[in-house]
Design a protein around this ligand. Sequence first.
Ligand SMILES: NC(=O)C1=CN([C@@H]2O[C@H](COP(=O)(O)OP(=O)(O)OC[C@H]3O[C@@H](n4cnc5c(N)ncnc54)[C@H](OP(=O)(O)O)[C@@H]3O)[C@@H](O)[C@H]2O)C=CC1
Ligand SMILES: O=C1CO[C@H](CO)[C@@H](O)[C@@H]1O
Length: 330
Amino acid sequence: MKSVRWGILATGQIARKFAEGLQALPDAELVAVGSRKLETAKAFAEEYNIPRAYGSYAELTGDPDIDVVYIATPHPAHAQNTLQCIDAGKAVLCEKPFALNATQARHMIQAAAEKNIFLMEAMWTRYIPLMLEIENILEQGTIGPPKMIHADFGYSGDWEPDGRVLSPHLAGGALLDVGIYAISLASMVYQRDPEKVAALAHMASTGVDEISAFILSYEPAALAILSCAVGASTPGEATISGSKGYIKIHSPFWCPSKATVSIDEGKTETIEVPFEGNGYNYEAAEVHRCLREGLTQSPKMPLEETLRIMGTMDNIRKQWNLKYPMEHTL
Ligand SMILES: NC(=O)C1=CN([C@@H]2O[C@H](COP(=O)(O)OP(=O)(O)OC[C@H]3O[C@@H](n4cnc5c(N)ncnc54)[C@H](OP(=O)(O)O)[C@@H]3O)[C@@H](O)[C@H]2O)C=CC1
Ligand SMILES: O=C1CO[C@H](CO)[C@@H](O)[C@@H]1O
């Protein structure tokens, strides 16, 4: 089988994990890495045995031997980096959040469509094998139609105010960083837009949300009760409840390997689907499949859904009056 040739754009924490993830795929070839600094690119290339290292993102996207670029920059750079790749004719896997807001996301999607180029949000959770199993269970109607979701993703640390977690200049805050996982879960389960959103947050001293909670209301009758934090550690579980029972996705629900299905007649079954690699290999494998099939987006998580999720987050931020300094549209 012909390898898919990858380039990695940026050399931070997630770029490293993704490079490791690719090692689990025999048909992935990591051809090049690009960084804002040549020394950083070279060090990364040496560590992961990557043949080419570039000291700018433009050189990376200009490499004719790359099929697809994985974008691993902070949130405000995603739109620009994606457009740069599309311009250079490269397929793109872009880290979450796909963009700062729905306006940017729409622009990226349009640009990819115009050039017939593959584009996908790197929402890795959606490609983890246990998640696929949960989708099957929901389809089979085991718990009845889902009506209520509870999910939380909160972590804490001693964050620098100008780092990516807390800085408004890097579009920090819990919602875009980790709340998005809970919203994506609700979107996967309900497959539609919420009709109403009620959201509350406490802001960090930098002005971005440190702890936040939102209730999404769907028609016909369904709710998602979600919370996230960058200043509190939470259990990290998710529960999907239906008229006949519920599925508990054990922590961490964003890269799960265990779930318990409880049915009202007192039946309980625990499902374990351990994943191979570090989990990031599954989203990469989906990119391979799509490219081989000549698709321009993943049917598992179409770009329309990514756009809907961005729209929900815009709605939530609007309720808090939270705009990032670089945003001119919201
Ligand atoms: N899927 C997942 O599990 C995870 C996803 N993420 C997502 O990945 C993205 C990156 O996060 P993470 O890797 O933790 O971030 P890091 O800060 O560790 O790395 C970001 C990298 O982006 C590049 N960069 C470009 N512009 C800037 C800038 N203005 N300031 C800082 N760095 C810049 C740098 O690479 P260089 O110097 O080489 O140009 C830097 O190393 C985010 O979208 C985040 O939400 C993060 C962690 C886990
Ligand atoms: O996507 C992510 C997964 O979780 C991390 C926290 O544990 C986040 O920082 C990151 O952005």
